[in-house]
Ligand binder design. Sequence first.
Ligand code: SF4
Length: 56
Amino acid sequence: MLVNGKNECIQCSIDNCAYHAKSEDYCTLEKIKVGTHEKNPTKKECTDCESFKNQA
Ligand code: SF4
């Protein structure tokens, strides 16, 4: 659920994403998708936010 334009269930520090709340480290989407670019992910570095969108 969004509260004041941010989703308090999704903390995020990627402030060059178009969906980042900017003033606070939260996502503004209702939900996100997390995935991987690896065949066998074993570290957090292997995971990606697949909802990321570069801000224009
Ligand atoms: S879409 Fe992903 S990267 Fe972008 S603000 Fe939300 S959680 Fe962060």
